[in-house]
Ligand binder design. Structure first.
Ligand code: PMP
Ligand code: GLN
Length: 378
């Protein structure tokens, strides 16, 4: 058998966006904004290109950008990473995740993953010979049962992957959750991979509970982030990862031979842009308005929901409408009704189908209104 990943299929994002394009449906499936990012940021990247930032950046990333990230951690969490040794710029969060896993996971090592899970975690574990150990979270609350997680830890557990705010469910981990995670992993060699790409999209005055806020947890954690998500440019594929020095040294051994360094002018533009903290501080309010608009428009529809607590996704339960399988229903909605979404079962253990679809609300108000009109007619 030639394939190292015989069971891996084309991602649902490619499938649903492809179907949306084919049928000219409104695309609330794959998570990306349909509006332009700040012109100021685009101008700063052009300026960087015009002023010569066109050759390789330093292997761990442009220093000004690493300094800006370090300052951001100070400002938001009163807690910093050293730009020289503890921050690395990556080709999106995806590459950071792959490199963290590749740097530490050996054959037979176990990695705990909560389901529904973002789709790049498991293949990255498998390609390294590791064993994903799944914990299924239940719709509609997606609460972690930490006692259950504790029981899944064995002498082979090498890593735990957490994601808050959580894609696809739109839930967040609380301070109590993070304290439990810290307590359970205390005095172990387990590495925590904390996917925080939606850190600037947390609603209703809740606070993002970054792994770096808990000192003992921080000492064994990698935090990954994505500028694509934060600044509405998913196509730029630029992100970063932070960890204590000793862990970051191992990460960079992989990073330097996987990609070496990433898009320099984009890094320089982002560094200049981030000098104004409002560029990221205003995001939660901006997306909360989008969420509220979307939910107010569909409040009388047959879909059931709990308002998303974070991310730019809203899950809707359609069990009051049909018992159809969620993949079939999502495809039918796209083809027959002109609205694309993401079925949650593809992220679940054994494709568990709770009759839930995910809709991306990072869209213009006009698009959200058109989408709501469709949902209200179903
Ligand atoms: N993690 C999660 C939870 C995501 O939703 C995404 C998609 N943005 C990523 C990682 C990957 O981010 P990037 O596009 O920066 O690679
Ligand atoms: N993160 C995006 C989402 O959840 C998709 C990224 C991708 O297409 N791989 O929709």
């Amino acid at each position: 058998h030639l394939s190292k990943l015989p069971n891996i299929e084309t991602t649902i994002f490619t499938v649903m966006s492809g179907l949306a394009n084919k049928h000219q449906a409104i695309n609330l499936s794959q998570g990306f904004p349909n509006f332009k990012s700040d012109q100021k940021l685009i101008d700063l990247v052009s300026k960087a290109m015009n002023s010569g930032f066109n050759q390789y950046a330093l292997m761990p990333g442009n220093m000004e950008l690493r300094e800006a990230i370090s300052k951001k951690f100070d400002l938001l969490y009163g807690n910093s990473y050293h730009p020289e040794t503890e921050i690395t710029i990556t080709a999106g969060a995806t590459q950071a995740i792959y490199d963290v896993i590749t740097a530490f996971i050996r054959a037979e090592d176990e990695v705990i993953i909560f389901k529904p899970a973002y789709d790049c975690y498991e293949p990255s574990v498998l390609i390294n010979g590791g064993k994903p150990v799944s914990i299924q979270l239940e719709s509609p609350n997606y609460q972690v049962n930490w006692e259950e997680m504790k029981q899944k830890i064995t002498s082979k557990t090498k890593m735990i992957i957490v994601n808050t705010p959580h894609n696809p469910s739109g839930t967040i981990l609380s301070k109590t959750d993070m304290l439990q995670l810290q307590e359970i992993t205390k005095n172990t060699n387990i590495i925590v991979l904390s996917d925080e790409v939606y850190e600037h999209m947390v609603f209703d005055d809740e606070k993002h509970q970054s792994a770096c806020l808990f000192p003992d947890l921080k000492s064994r954690s990698f935090i990954v982030a994505s500028f694509g998500k934060t600044f509405h440019n998913t196509g730029w594929k630029t992100g970063y990862c932070c960890a204590p020095k000793e862990l970051m040294e191992e990460f960079r051994k992989i990073h330097q031979f996987n990609v070496f360094s990433v898009n320099h002018p984009v890094q320089k533009g982002l560094a200049d842009y981030m000098q104004d903290p409002n560029t990221y501080l205003e995001l939660s309010g901006f997306f909360q308005e989008k969420r509220d608009l979307f939910l107010s428009l569909i409040k009388d529809s047959k879909f059931k929901f709990k308002p998303s607590q974070g991310t730019y996704f809203q899950v809707l339960d359609y069990s009051g409408i049909t018992q159809e399988n969620d993949v079939d229903f999502a495809k039918r909605l796209t083809i027959e009704n002109g609205l694309a979404s993401i079925p949650l079962s593809v992220f679940n253990e054994n494709k568990l189908d709770n009759k839930v679809l995910r809709f991306c609300f990072a869209k213009t108000d006009e698009t959200l209104k058109k989408a709501a009109d469709i949902l209200n007619k179903i």
